[in-house]
Design a protein around this ligand. Structure first.
Ligand code: ATP
Ligand code: MG
Length: 528
């Protein structure tokens, strides 16, 4: 039986017993005399039963009846008094017993109920207090917040998963109406003042009433991202959106969405990034201008380099053609010499196409991979290329390469370009000297990791004043010089991780010193 119902029944039963005993007292032949004591006794019983003092109840009855006997002698016989007393006493005992049990249970139940009620009240108070705290925080936050009811959308998504959906992308692609229904199920619960201000509204209700799908230019995308997060069980996601405010004003925001564990609501935070975006666009456009300008500059530099580098082989081809013609004019024509001149022309033409190819590769691919270059082989080939030039200046090349300083890591065409520029400069410098005109190219290991190549001549050397200027672009002391050769050489050597410097010799002439890292030991023997 119900824990609460039983004591109540016992209570009713006890009351019934009291009423019956009072009625019995009234129905007794000595009824009129018994009315007064019976009522008093009933009352005493009632009170004592309530208080559960059994002994007091019984003694009280006896004392009362005796007092009635003394006050109204002869009104009630002694035997009747005793019978009535015993009757009432046993009823009182029974009643008190029932009552005691009933009341104890009732009290316990009431006590439990009261405790539960007070606990429930305190929980309700706490919930109310925290709701007030949350609402205050929510509305007073400086950042813009919105709370959306997503419970129905989450239920629909879960149902779709139960029905076999495994990928949100596929679900969205195959069932766009389902996505529409999910989006329509999302409702705005509340927004705070900051969001209201940001979107230019004055009335909370007006913004809350607007369907979330109409709140942003890209709301479908953002909300779909939210559904995706729900599908994946992610409680957080971040995105950007362009909100549509009052009077169609657009506010670009960074959005962060958090969902509590019960998936009932989503709390979104919106940070206005319109200004930052505008700044970023300005920076991007400035960067583009800068990139355009640097590209123009690079193209200018490349065309300068190209015209400089193509100039030398072109001159060599011109010279080679002239000497071939001269050998042909001889009688009989010196065909061997003609063939030699033609070979020189071919080598220079090859060089020109290599320079053009190299320049195009630099433009398209950027930095190139370096490979192992055999200096002896390269310089021998270079001496053929420059044969005509050097002969015209009555100069010659001389190699002095150490065996352990034969290879460098470089781009073949580029490093040949460096040697051609340095040798041509040396030949130019020696053009006026009377002694033997020799360009010496020597190499040796300068340290464990580096190799030095020196290109020296016995010309007049470089004045102290010009020593600082020779590597500057467009510095030239020659009437037809561009002043680009040394600048190009230095940037090529630096691109291989090396350095290029100059010093005057002890005796005559100048020496250009190239320092390069040695090729890695493991690569030894893999000449290109
Ligand atoms: N071996 C050298 N001896 C003396 N002076 C030199 C030597 N090499 C270069 N110079 C000086 O450095 C200057 C710059 O040389 P650079 O190769 O950069 O330009 P250029 O030879 O004048 O013209 P171009 O751009 O056609 O090569 C030369 O004009 C010359 O005065
Ligand atoms: Mg030069």
């Amino acid at each position: 039986m119900d824990e609460l119902l039983r004591p109540r029944l016992l209570w009713c039963f006890g009351l019934l017993v009291v009423l019956v005993s009072v009625s019995l007292g009234l129905l007794h032949p000595a009824a009129p005399q018994l009315v007064f004591p019976a009522i008093i006794m009933g009352f005493v019983l009632w009170c004592t039963a309530i208080r559960r003092h059994l002994l007091f109840s019984t003694v009280g009855c006896v004392v009362l009846l005796l007092m009635v006997q003394v006050a109204l002698p002869g009104s009630v016989g002694l035997g009747e008094t005793l019978v009535t007393t015993i009757l009432f006493a046993s009823i009182a005992v029974a009643f008190a017993y029932i009552r005691a049990n009933g009341l104890a249970a009732t009290d316990r139940a009431c006590e439990i109920a009261e405790r539960m009620e007070s606990q429930a009240r305190s929980y309700a108070d706490e919930i109310a207090r925290s709701e007030v705290r949350y609402a205050t925080l929510f509305s007073d936050m400086n950042h813009a917040h919105a709370e959306q009811d997503i419970s129905e959308a989450k239920r629909m998504i879960d149902e779709a998963k139960t029905n076999g959906a495994t990928s949100f992308e596929r679900l969205a692609a195959e069932n766009p109406e389902f996505i529409d229904r999910c989006l329509a199920a999302v409702k705005v619960n509340r927004v705070n003042d900051a969001l209201l201000n940001m979107m230019g509204y004055a009335d909370h209700a007006e913004l809350v009433a607007k369907p979330p799908t109409e709140n942003a230019v890209d709301s479908r995308r953002v909300m779909q991202e939210q559904l995706h997060a729900m599908f994946d069980g992610r409680h957080h996601f971040a995105s950007t959106a362009t909100l549509i405010g009052k009077d169609n004003r657009k506010v670009t925001v960074a959005v962060g969405v958090n969902v509590p564990d019960d998936w009932s609501v989503s709390l979104s935070t919106h940070i206005d990034i319109t200004e930052q975006l505008r700044d970023r666009e300005a920076i991007l456009s400035a960067r583009e201008d800068l990139a355009r300008a640097s590209r123009a500059l690079a193209v200018g530099a490349i065309s300068t380099t190209l015209s400089h580098e193509l100039n030398q082989p072109l001159l060599a081809i011109g010279l080679g053609t002239k000497s071939a013609e001269r050998w042909l004019e001889r009688t009989p024509p010196r065909l061997e010499e003609v063939a030699r001149s033609l070979e020189g022309i071919r080598l220079n033409a090859d060089r020109m196409s290599a320079i053009i190819r190299n320049t195009r590769d630099k433009l398209v691919k950027g930095a190139k991979e370096l490979s192992r270059v055999d200096l002896r082989q390269l310089l021998t080939e270079t001496s053929y290329v420059l044969e005509g030039d050097l002969a015209a200046r009555r100069s010659r090349m001389q190699l002095s390469l150490d065996d352990d300083a034969i290879e460098v890591m470089a781009d073949r065409t580029d490093i040949q370009q460096v040697f051609i520029n340095l040798i041509t400069n040396a030949a130019d410098a020696m053009a006026q000297v009377e002694c033997e005109r020799i360009v010496t190219i020597a190499s040796h290991r300068s340290t464990e990791q580096r190799l030095t190549i020196e290109v020296s001549d016995n010309g007049p050397g470089i004045s102290d004043e010009n020593l600082k200027l020779v590597f500057q672009p467009f510095f030239s002391t020659k009437s037809g010089g561009m002043g680009m050769g040394l600048q190009i050489c230095r940037s090529i050597i630096e691109s291989f991780g090396g350095t290029l410097n100059v010093r005057n010799n002890q005796g005559r002439g100048a020496t250009f010193i190239i320092s390069l890292p040695l090729p890695p030991a493991s690569d030894t023997g893999q000449a290109p």
